[in-house]
Write a protein that binds this ligand. Structure first.
Ligand SMILES: Nc1ncnc2c1ncn2[C@@H]1O[C@H](COP(=O)(O)OP(=O)(O)OP(=O)(O)O)[C@@H](O)[C@H]1O
Length: 301
């Protein structure tokens, strides 16, 4: 659905994105993660056609985005610019967006009054920070876009409305195959919502995978072993990406397939083991710490 190939983007002498590739499938909910300043917002602005890239190719349904107003009309983008609609009431904002998007539905806007519990006559500057974001979601769900691009959208919203908005995204995905790209630092939240994850590091997407596949080749294990300091996975077939010791218990995150790992555990002198679920946060930290380590090794040579 949305494809970016060989994207380069910089500001003055600061090269932010460098030969970045991204592939977002129709009907998926794609979580974009990465450290502060790694270029998530810049990429989202390129995918929405606000920025053109310096080099590379970005398409939505095989049509260029930056140069195509019809393609831009399929995409709704939400970031902190909600604060630009200062003197507008929610209804006036809806009127503005209804002129920009043919798909805008006033019927849907009316239905959503029961979700967003403030009148549409309220002016944006009289709403709280969280309510301003809610007003933008009210508009977003009324205009039924093919693609929603959301830059840290759930921060500052209360738990009830966050849950409701996540349900609405999931329903729109199931009902009409809406595609969503969402950036956030709240990995727990993304884990609940997304089916695909892209990790940006040093200008590139270093990992782009189905969330379940991301967990297939990495395992978290706790075990009690007679070996004092060495890991039972001290073997070329595996990479121990995290090692922690609590008394006699070792907790390790190991890159490798579950069957091979169980085989090692079953055939080692250990008194107990347990394979535990990995969180997205643990995978993210393990992958990025590994990359930092590789990078430092290159830099000190
Ligand atoms: N309009 C701009 N002019 C100059 N530099 C910019 C501009 N926008 C972004 N940058 C720079 O590009 C880099 C990436 O910024 P970006 O906002 O895309 O990162 P981010 O991953 O979204 O960060 P965060 O997680 O902190 O929100 C930063 O070094 C930032 O200073």
């Amino acid at each position: 659905m949305i494809r970016g190939k060989g994207i380069y983007k910089g500001f003055s002498n600061n090269e932010v994105l460098c030969d970045l590739n991204i592939n977002v499938k129709k009907g998926s909910i794609y979580g974009l993660v990465g450290e502060n300043g790694c270029g998530k917002s810049t990429l989202l602005k390129i995918l929405n056609g606000i920025y053109d890239c310096d080099k590379g190719n970005v398409t939505c349904c095989d049509k260029g985005i930056f140069e195509s107003p019809e393609t831009k009309e399929k995409i709704f983008f939400m970031n902190e610019s909600v604060y630009n609609f200062y003197g507008f009431s929610v209804k006036a904002m809806a009127k503005f967006f209804s002129t920009q998007y043919k798909t805008f539905s006033w019927e849907r806007f009316k239905e959503l009054e029961s979700v967003f519990k403030f009148p549409s006559s309220k002016k944006m500057n009289n709403l709280s920070k969280g309510q301003k974001k809610q007003a933008m979601f009210w508009i977003a769900f009324s205009l039924k876009p093919d693609v929603m691009i959301l830059d840290e959208p759930l921060d500052g919203l209360d738990p009830m409305i966050r849950k409701r908005i996540k349900e609405m995204i999931i329903n729109e995905t199931a009902d009409r195959e809406m595609t969503t790209i969402i950036s956030s630092h709240n990995l727990l939240e993304l884990e609940d919502l997304c089916d695909h994850i892209g990790i940006i590091y040093r200008g590139k997407i270093i990992i782009e995978k189905d969330l379940d596949d991301l967990k297939v080749d990495m395992q978290k294990i706790q075990y009690v072993s007679e070996l004092e300091d060495t890991s039972v996975f001290d073997d070329d077939r595996f990479e121990v990406v995290k090692h922690e010791k609590r008394g006699k218990v070792k907790i390790e995150i190991v890159r490798g397939y579950k069957e091979e790992i169980v085989d090692v555990l079953e055939n080692s002198r250990i008194t107990f083991y347990d394979i535990m679920p990995l969180t997205l946060e643990e995978i993210f930290i393990a992958e990025l710490e590994g990359k930092e380590y590789e990078y430092e090794k290159i830099m000190v040579r």
